[in-house]
Write a protein that binds this ligand. Structure first.
Ligand code: FAD
Length: 491
């Protein structure tokens, strides 16, 4: 049972006798990289001495591992540097130590004679296992706070007492249950570190030392930039969010996903700010999707390894390496799919509608296992999040935890024409098509030879012809899926 920052009550361990001045180790863990609305930090500061700690665990920070998540690592390191500076400004120091969390935290807790360790809870199965091991090895209470989500995951149950398997009833129950209080301000100051804490911080590795080529196109990291984005969203974008959120050519969404992922903003800060904007419902609905994905992963940790719809187990996916390569590199011949692939590699971000089209294309047109797309996205997305990404991929493949039927196959041309009507999104990311008239930009193969000539485009040389034909690919998927799902249905 974790503590809620929204309704923080007594500490968990009733038998633990509180000394008058408590010494608290506040363990920052990479999903809470902020000083404002940080309940563990605020509680610790009001209880006495505080030791802020970050552990460079090789699970994430070994160079070979860090290279597997270059954009997230870049965002995280930059946000961590800002957190370090903010904590220094408050009068303390973020102690940064390299080593395995399961060893380092209990060892330092003992060495520094702390009374308790506090942190924000994570929902992922591997994180829960980490926390179980830390708790087991600690000689003092380990208090986990809610805050990654607005409602503690696993709270909501259907009338039958089960976790929800469909978003809409989950959202209804969520809104009925939710009360959101005002976000906490940052502490005005922090006490200096206790004298026993003599450790120098391990240097924060630079991107270069980790073997990551810094990408200047990533969104700006850190708590201050995140607040600027939130402010800009609420004042300038939110009012038209419902109309524009699906338009890939417009800046119609908040671009806050990495901030929610790394906790440079808390979901409570985002929710309460958004509530002040005109017509916030559509946006709050997306935040509710975020809640649903986290709650679902909490209740069904096995989803990181297998499809929610068990009929999909053993699905005869294709292992066509050329197709997968074309999809990752943005060379499928479908402009909207290629634009999204290139945006991912360059910006570490993809518009939600483009994610859905691109994921559907991989799983359905190319028949490639959603897990390969999921891994590719996790590698390059700055907002790459286990719960949200897994949910997005399973939803797109039609095997996920929601009422998304497998037989709905996006048509990439129609989707492009509808949600990128002038082709501006495509032109930005696939510049070789920039001179094509809007009419053909989502289907260059349909353009007459004279139009192609005028646009300076030689298909098959400057830009690929489609690697699969839409109608045939769609029918192939439907046939195979129907056959497989009928076969795996219990008789
Ligand atoms: C295949 C696929 C993979 C995805 N992978 C991720 C991921 O790794 N990390 C991630 O944060 N989102 C993921 N999403 C959800 C969504 O695409 C992004 O959250 C959104 O595009 C981020 O842009 P934004 O912040 O401008 O969103 P906004 O439209 O402004 O939405 C506000 C916030 O709501 C949450 N949100 C929005 N849509 C969803 C959704 N469908 N499911 C869950 N939460 C949502 C995000 O936290 C987002 O920041 C994925 C979706 C798909 C289809």
């Amino acid at each position: 049972m974790a503590r809620s920052p929204y309704n923080a009550k007594a500490p968990q361990n009733e038998n633990h006798v509180k000394p008058t001045v408590m010494r608290t180790l506040v363990w920052f863990r990479g999903k809470d990289l902020r000083i404002a609305d940080h309940a563990p930090l605020r509680d610790a500061a009001s209880a006495g001495e505080v030791i802020p700690l970050f552990v460079l665990d090789p699970y994430f920070f070994a160079p070979a591992r860090a290279r597997e998540l270059p954009h997230r690592m870049q965002y995280l390191l930059a946000s961590l540097r800002e957190l370090e500076a903010n904590i220094a400004q408050l009068g303390s120091r973020l102690v940064i130590v390299a080593g395995k969390s399961t060893k380092v935290v209990p060892m330092l807790a003992k060495k520094w004679s702390v009374d308790r360790v506090v942190a924000q809870r994570w929902v992922e199965p591997f994180a829960r296992e980490r926390d179980r091991r830390v708790r087991e090895a600690l000689h003092v209470p380990f208090e986990l706070y809610e805050g990654e989500t607005l409602l503690p995951p696993g709270t909501l149950r259907s009338q039958g007492g089960q976790p929800y398997a469909v978003f809409t009833p989950f959202a209804r129950a969520f809104l009925q249950t939710l009360t959101v209080s005002k976000p906490l301000a940052a502490p005005k100051s922090l006490p200096p570190l206790p004298r026993e804490v003599t450790e120098k911080s391990d240097p924060l590795l630079s991107d270069e030392a980790l073997g990551i080529a810094p990408n200047p196109q990533l969104v700006e990291a850190g708590e201050a930039a995140a607040h600027q984005r939130l402010k800009h969203f609420v004042s300038s974008i939110a009012s038209d969010y419902a109309q524009n959120r699906d338009r890939m050519d417009l800046r119609g969404t908040s671009r806050l996903s990495q901030d929610l992922k790394f906790g440079t903003l808390s979901p409570r800060q985002v929710w309460t700010a958004a509530e002040t904007a005109p017509h916030p419902r559509a946006f709050l609905n997306e935040l509710t999707w975020r809640e649903f994905t986290h709650s679902t992963l909490w209740d069904r940790p096995e989803l990181l390894g297998k499809p929610f719809q068990s009929g999909f187990t053993g699905f005869p996916w294709s292992d066509n390496a050329e197709h997968f390569e074309a999809w990752t590199q943005g060379r499928t011949g479908y402009p909207i799919v290629d634009a999204s692939a290139r945006q991912l590699l360059r910006e570490g971000f993809v518009h939600n509608r483009a994610r859905m089209i691109s994921a559907s294309f991989l799983c359905k047109h190319l028949l490639i296992n959603y897990r390969r797309g999921e891994m590719h996205y996790l590698k390059y997305l700055t907002d790459g999040d286990w719960a949200q990404n897994n949910s997005g991929w399973q939803w797109s493949a039609g095997c996920g935890c929601d009422a998304q039927p497998y037989f709905r196959v996006f048509n990439p041309v129609l989707q492009g024409q509808k949600f990128d009507p002038d082709g501006d999104y495509v032109k930005r990311w696939v510049p070789e098509l920039a001179r094509l008239p809007a009419r053909y930009i989502h289907q260059p193969w349909a353009a007459p030879a004279s139009v192609l000539r005028e646009a300076g485009l030689h298909l098959g040389r400057d830009y690929p012809l489609p690697i699969v034909e839409h109608t045939a690919a769609r029918e192939r998927f439907l046939l195979i899926a129907k056959h497989h799902l009928n076969r795996s249905r219990p008789t």
